[in-house]
Design a protein around this ligand. Structure first.
Ligand SMILES: Nc1ncnc2c1ncn2[C@@H]1O[C@H](COP(=O)(O)OP(=O)(O)OP(=O)(O)O)[C@@H](O)[C@H]1O
Length: 250
């Protein structure tokens, strides 16, 4: 199957660490509809990798491509219509909840699907939110869910999800997980989802990417990753995270 998205030997240095890359040699592929969780300890560069994949940052070497066409050959706006990053700290634009939901249709000159927006808001537990409210007044968890709905209204082919349930209570977290699973099934949307919750990773992904020591150490089927990780680093990561409560229930 032709890859939707490819990463080829990506390397990123940080200004404060010119002697050692944050990560290097990251090569991987994502196929249409693939559900991946990106795991790894804090500070491995998972958010940075997703920011590079959504053209919000550049790598120092290597390349990324969408449909086999390198990022340099794309207009950033066209790329971001298909590859949508949902940040950990949701950014609301000035204006109402509805204005935020309408953002992508205004930006990309596509019709605003009001009924779908209402269905998605309900699916993430926000059916009672008054759309005329200033979006800036919402709680962190509400903002996070509005940002997710806003991203889905774009119908991207690849969603880059950065700890998108981190500020949610368990019930809302489950609603979001269910929505994303059914959305990816229905729309054939791929996602790369950063999470520190191993039970969530087991639930929502078919593939795990594991970053450690500045490299993408494993790309495995989720069940295999948890039952038979191929590296010592992954074994101790799973052990450590499980001890802290993020137990994968497979
Ligand atoms: N623009 C930047 N300038 C300087 N340092 C940065 C920049 N972006 C990220 N970093 C540093 O790079 C490292 C990796 O950050 P990043 O947020 O990508 O990691 P992460 O794996 O997503 O971490 P977490 O799981 O805690 O969210 C951190 O030490 C961070 O402080």
């Amino acid at each position: 199957m032709t890859a939707l998205f490819t990463l080829e030997r990506l390397t990123k240095y940080l200004p404060e660490q010119p002697e050692q890359p944050l990560f290097s040699g990251i090569t991987a592929q994502i196929t249409a509809g693939e559900r991946i969780t990106l795991l790894g300890a804090s500070g491995q560069g998972k958010s940075t990798l997703m920011r590079i994949m959504s053209l919000l940052e550049t790598s120092d070497s290597g390349s990324i491509a969408l449909d086999g066409k390198p990022s340099s050959a794309w207009q950033a706006k066209d790329w971001r219509k298909q590859v949508c990053y949902v940040a950990q700290q949701a950014v609301m634009l000035p204006g109402s909840v509805e204005a935020n939901l309408r953002t992508v249709s205004n930006l990309h000159s596509i019709p605003f699907e009001k009924e779908l927006a209402a269905q998605l808001m309900e699916a993430v537990g926000l059916s009672r939110i008054d759309w005329t409210r200033p979006a800036g007044d919402l709680s962190g968890g509400e903002k996070q869910r509005v940002a997710l709905v806003r991203a889905l209204l774009l119908h991207p082919r690849l969603l880059l999800l950065d700890e998108v349930t981190a500020s949610l209570d368990p019930g809302s977290k489950q609603e979001v997980e269910r929505l994303l699973l059914s959305w990816s099934e229905r729309e054939h949307t791929a996602y790369l989802w950063v999470t520190h919750d191993l039970a969530q990773a087991a639930e929502v992904s078919d593939t795990v990417w594991f970053m450690a020591e500045g490299r993408l150490l494993e790309t495995s089927g989720t069940a295999d990753f948890f039952s038979e990780p191929s590296t010592d680093q992954a074994r101790s990561f799973i052990h450590r995270e499980s001890a802290q409560g993020g137990v994968a229930d497979e």
